[in-house]
Design a protein around this ligand. Structure first.
Ligand SMILES: Cc1cc2nc3c(=O)[nH]c(=O)nc-3n(C[C@H](O)[C@H](O)[C@H](O)COP(=O)(O)OP(=O)(O)OC[C@H]3O[C@@H](n4cnc5c(N)ncnc54)[C@H](O)[C@@H]3O)c2cc1C
Length: 409
């Protein structure tokens, strides 16, 4: 029999004793910090190792759709995210001259969470770091896994700083190029380049940018997303060679040239691009078949299912993974069975997100200037129904039935 106890850090939270006492999380990105917070809130002693030397994050803004906000709510940080972000409830599609095509209201969310809340990546990172630390996790920067031996009863880990420790479970949220995935599954599931890349930059928010606006152009796509009352971010997706290596000093000019055919708002923004702060990201995907674990070690988030960003669901999937992982590990059964349950629960949902995101990316990038009118007609006819379908799926609960002896925070 397991005994109930009151977890000291959260006196109002009653949790069951977990079969897992301690966990190593590899990677202090969005999913890793989310997992540290979720596991810590269940009473697990968590160490997080992050290869980067400090907690600074590169990046621009990030949209958190309603399902992600539900996961952030479980981690106790919904209000913090809403306080710094920009909630919005619709997506507007226009052509590259700024002529309106269609507006789709967004039906994600609940009474408690808005359909979307976009915020600066640095803010999301700071908030998740706080949640992980408050849940008792230790976060060590500049360190990674040097060696790892799973003997069935636990995992012995040697770190790159020479320390050694033993864990009940090891969780890899080490991103799209995951070394842990390679260690578990070899090189069969390396990232696959989509053929497209995105340029992004934070800019002052014009008053009209109160929701996502997507401008469809000639084999390219430009978007603006509000991040706060003061800021928004601009994104521009284009076909780029896989081996493109552009100099950051040239980013402004390269982006200006790519935006050359656009009129309206995008043309105005093109004239005010800053010299610094432009980020270039090739878009790749990871397709790791389930199960995502070997023994007591599992990979999750981008390491297992990195997706094109068109649905703004990658971080959402990583945060949902984190919550489901903690739920499953709280069950009174062998760790390996719980890890198998995680990928079984998550595979279909993450695959749906990958497939839909990929489909949107490829379709949008195939539109030429000549085909824009036909594309606009199709979008008007089909998009509202397609968006409603995927949002209904994403609105479904992502947590499984809780076992009777685990009380949710
Ligand atoms: C252009 C673009 C736009 C996007 N926009 C959105 C959006 O609007 N909304 C959304 O929900 N998602 C978005 N995403 C996706 C989202 O950023 C990712 O899905 C999310 O960050 C995945 O979280 P993760 O924790 O799995 O990986 P990451 O956040 O990448 O974290 C991985 C961490 O592991 C660390 N690491 C790597 N190797 C090691 C190692 N050996 N040892 C220790 N640590 C290691 C890395 O330094 C990093 O900190 C976007 C992605 C792209 C490319």
């Amino acid at each position: 029999m397991r005994s109930r106890h009151i977890f000291r850090a959260f006196p109002d939270v009653e949790v069951a004793m977990m079969p897992v006492r301690n966990a190593l999380v590899v990677g202090a990105g969005i999913g890793g910090l989310g997992a540290a917070a979720a596991l810590g809130r269940h009473g697990v002693d968590v160490e997080v190792v992050e290869v980067r030397p400090d907690s600074r994050v590169v990046g621009v803004g990030i949209n958190q759709p309603g399902n992600s906000l539900r996961a952030l709510d479980v981690l106790g940080v919904l209000e913090e995210c809403l306080a710094v972000g920009y909630p919005y409830d619709r997506n507007e599609h226009l052509d590259w001259q700024g002529r309106p095509i269609v507006v789709t209201p967004c039906s994600l969310g609940t009474d408690r969470v808005p359909p979307n809340n976009a915020l600066a990546r640095a803010d999301l990172h700071r908030i998740l770091l706080g949640a992980a630390r408050r849940a008792g996790a230790r976060i060590v920067h500049g360190v990674s896994v040097a060696e790892l031996v799973d003997d069935g009863d636990g995992v012995s880990v040697t770190f790159t700083d020479g320390r050694a420790a033993r864990f009940d479970v090891v969780v890899g949220f080490d991103g799209i190029r995951s070394p842990l995935r390679r260690r578990l599954f070899g090189d069969a599931y390396e990232p696959e380049y989509t053929g497209f890349a995105v340029w992004r930059v934070t800019l002052p928010r014009p008053a009209e940018v109160t929701h996502t606006m997507l401008f469809h152009g000639d084999r390219s796509n430009t978007g603006v997303i509000p991040l706060s009352r003061e800021e928004m971010y601009l994104l521009h997706v284009t076909a780029e060679p896989e081996d493109a290596r552009y100099e950051p000093a040239d980013f402004r000019e390269l982006l200006r040239r790519r935006l050359a055919g656009y009129g309206g708002l995008v043309a105005e923004l093109r004239e005010d691009l800053p010299l610094e702060g432009i980020v270039y990201s090739p878009l790749s995907e990871v397709h790791l078949p389930a199960p995502w674990h070997v023994g007591r070690v599992i990979v999750l988030g981008d390491a297992a299912h990195a997706s094109a960003p068109n649905l703004t669901q990658g971080a959402a999937m990583a945060l949902e993974d984190a919550v489901v992982l903690a739920d499953e590990l709280a069950r009174d059964r062998p760790v390996e069975d719980s890890l198998a349950a995680v990928s079984a629960a998550r595979f279909g949902r993450t695959k749906l997100v990958q497939d839909v995101s990929h489909g949107i990316l490829v379709t949008e990038m195939s539109i030429t200037a000549d085909g824009l009118e036909e594309f606009a007609m199709n979008l008007r006819e089909h998009l509202p129904g397609q968006a409603a379908f995927i949002e209904a799926e994403l609105n479904k609960p992502f947590r499984l039935e809780r076992s009777a002896d685990v009380v949710a925070p």
